[in-house]
Design a protein around this ligand. Structure first.
Ligand SMILES: [Fe+2]
Length: 194
């Protein structure tokens, strides 16, 4: 099943390429149920193919795989214009859960998200109860994390946020394609915006 291959490749990438990331979830496929999701295309401004040349040698095969699977996956958005996000933002961002309480691989204790934010977007300050670790597959962003000077992260870099630590992301130059393992309480709750 192609989603098993995606599971293996994402969890393998996190375990091999991003120190600390594999502590967030169980790598054994047989510990998860599978919840089939109907495909939901991302907005038109989400350009995964453009991420392929912005990957590194380690991450490029996975970025290529995600780009090829784009029409088969269930892409989502957390925010709307009612939350203060512009149409431009909402046209150039999307995420999906590979592992979460809601599937596609179901877990009560872990979440692994694939997230994309387009070039030039600014994701304003927010926070959430789960701990998370951004693992950059392609592109870049400047992370503004409470208690740290701004940090530019590119392919292969990790940015860790503790529970409720405030953070904002500046996709300059961007775009950003990242794997984001989460653990802790409120895994699928909406983030708190400032
Ligand atoms: Fe976050």
């Amino acid at each position: 099943m192609e989603f098993d291959a995606l599971f293996n490749d994402v969890t393998g990438m996190l375990a091999q390429g991003f120190p600390g990331a594999a502590d967030f979830f169980d790598q054994r496929r047989d510990t998860y149920g599978f919840v089939p999701a109907h495909p939901e295309e991302p907005p038109r401004g989400v350009d995964l193919a453009a991420c392929i040349p912005l990957a590194n040698d380690l991450t490029r095969p996975l970025v290529t795989q995600i780009a090829h699977l784009v029409d088969r996956l269930h892409w989502q958005q957390t925010y709307t214009e009612a939350d203060g996000f512009s149409r431009d933002f909402l046209n150039k961002y999307a995420w999906l859960n590979l592992i979460s309480p809601e599937g596609m691989f179901s877990s009560d204790s872990a979440r692994v998200t694939i997230g994309y934010w387009g070039q030039g977007l600014f994701y304003p300050e927010h926070s959430h109860a789960p701990e998370e670790i951004y693992c950059v597959l392609a592109g870049s962003a400047i992370f503004h994390s409470e208690g740290h000077p701004p940090r530019l992260a590119g392919p292969g870099d990790t940015i860790h946020h503790t529970p409720h630590q405030k953070h904002a992301l500046d996709m300059t130059p961007g775009p950003l394609l990242a794997l984001i393992p989460w653990r802790g309480d409120g895994l699928v709750a909406k983030s708190d915006l400032k």
